[in-house]
Every structure is written in structure tokens, then in C-alpha cells.
Ligand binder design. Structure first.
Ligand code: ZN
Length: 192
């Protein structure tokens, strides 16, 4: 796999760089302007910051009556899209946060291959979303809490590392896992 040198900087935090949010206001209903004024931060801290943004999208989804799951697509240290679940709102079984975020990111960069992209999602992706990440050729997945019932990264299936696939996705799990899981638990507890 070709590695974008800028992306290496992102992972290692080796260079100072300014990161500006995408100008599309629909992606940033909660805040605008510069997300981070300086670069680098260590990648663990970056991961937590981007996961916080995914959590904001998850909370927005909850306010619309959706299952609170949020996703963010980051390319070269810049957020190119973010989304919460929209299955009920759109009456769409494929309306998971990751799918919507991937679609919006592809439209934003005008390429359905999101080479070098990192997807942040609050909960371990399902089989559909993991499959879409393979199709989009993302470089990295960062997720919060495991999903014992439908997770397709390691809980129920291990789609991203299936031996027959020649695309590999780097995976980091457990980022803000407690917050991500608590959001989901309280959502379902309130409905029992
Ligand atoms: Zn999914």
C-alpha cells in the first residue's frame, strides 16, 4: 500500500501543521472555525479529539430519536465529514453513521476511494459498514466500544483482516470506549 507522507506525519505527530475544518457548514452544526490551531499532538490525543467529534454526532442523532452512534472521516488531519445514525429519519436500513460519513467524504473529495482516510466511529462497525470501509479503501479505523451483538471487526466477525481480502485496515479500538458505550446503554435503558 502506498503511504502518504503527510499521513505518516499525522500518525507520528512529527510536524507542525494547521488543521482547518471543512467549509461545508452542514458538516459542522455544533462548531465552526479551526478545530486544532496547531499540530502535532500525539496520535492518542488526536484520536480522542476526533472521537469527541464522533460522540457529538452520536448525541445529535439521539436527539433525533436515532440510536446514538456517530462517525467522522479524517483525511490528512482534516475532518471531511461527520454523521450520526439516520436509519429511522431516512427510513433506510443502510443509514448507519459510518455509511453516511463515507458517502459525504467521497462526495467532498470527489473520489469514492478514500485512500489514506481514517474513520472514527463510536461503536465497533457492523458487517455492512466494515464492508463499505474495505470498498472505500480507508487506511485506518478507530472505534470506541466493542459491539458484542453485531461487531464485525473482532466481536462477531473479523472482516477487516479476512485472509482473502488484499486491502488491510489498521484498527485502533477502545478510544473513549466508556463514553461511547454509556451513551448507547442509557439510550436503550430509557426505552425499556
Ligand atoms: Zn453499520
Amino acid at each position: 500500500m502506498q503511504v502518504n507522507p503527510q499521513q505518516l506525519d499525522y500518525f507520528t505527530g512529527a510536524r507542525s501543521r494547521k488543521v482547518v475544518l471543512c467549509k461545508n457548514p452542514t458538516h459542522y452544526p455544533l462548531r465552526a472555525g479551526v478545530l486544532f490551531s496547531t499540530w502535532p499532538m500525539d496520535s492518542t490525543r488526536n484520536d480522542r479529539e476526533f472521537m469527541q467529534t464522533a460522540l457529538e454526532s452520536a448525541r445529535s442523532a439521539e436527539q433525533s430519536g436515532e440510536v446514538p452512534i456517530g462517525a467522522v472521516v479524517v483525511l490528512d488531519g482534516r475532518i471531511v465529514s461527520r454523521a450520526g445514525n439516520r436509519t429511522i429519519t431516512d427510513c433506510d436500513p443502510a443509514g448507519h453513521a459510518e455509511i453516511i460519513a463515507l458517502r459525504e467524504a467521497a462526495l467532498e473529495i470527489k473520489n469514492y476511494r478514500l485512500l489514506g482516510a481514517t474513520v472514527y466511529v463510536t461503536i465497533e462497525p457492523c458487517a455492512m459498514c466494515a464492508g463499505a470501509m474495505i470498498q472505500a479503501r480507508i487506511a485506518r479505523l478507530v472505534y470506541g466500544a466493542d459491539d458484542a451483538k453485531a461487531g464485525a471487526v473482532r466481536s462477531c466477525f473479523s472482516i477487516l483482516e479476512h485472509e482473502k481480502l488484499n486491502h488491510r485496515v489498521e484498527v485502533t479500538s477502545g478510544v473513549l470506549a466508556d463514553e461511547c458505550a454509556a451513551l448507547l446503554k442509557s439510550f436503550f435503558a430509557a426505552r425499556r
